[in-house]
Design a protein around this ligand. Structure first.
Ligand SMILES: [Zn+2]
Length: 61
């Protein structure tokens, strides 16, 4: 049986081995570091916030 350690990142939707799991969802290391460097003025900021909000909504439900 094949070992499946890859998880799908909720930000980039790519399968990665390395990353963090927030509650039940997975964020790969590259997206994580990208988010950390993203400033509020950045165009991508609302995108990250929207993706992460899904987590908090589910967690608080
Ligand atoms: Zn990613």
């Amino acid at each position: 049986m094949e070992e499946n350690r890859q998880k799908t990142c909720i930000i980039c939707n790519e399968e990665k081995e390395e990353g963090i799991t927030v509650i039940t969802e997975f964020i790969c290391t590259s997206c994580e570091s990208e988010m950390v460097q993203t400033k509020v003025e950045d165009d991508r900021y609302p995108f990250f916030v929207r993706q992460l909000k899904q987590l908090w909504v589910r967690f608080n439900a």
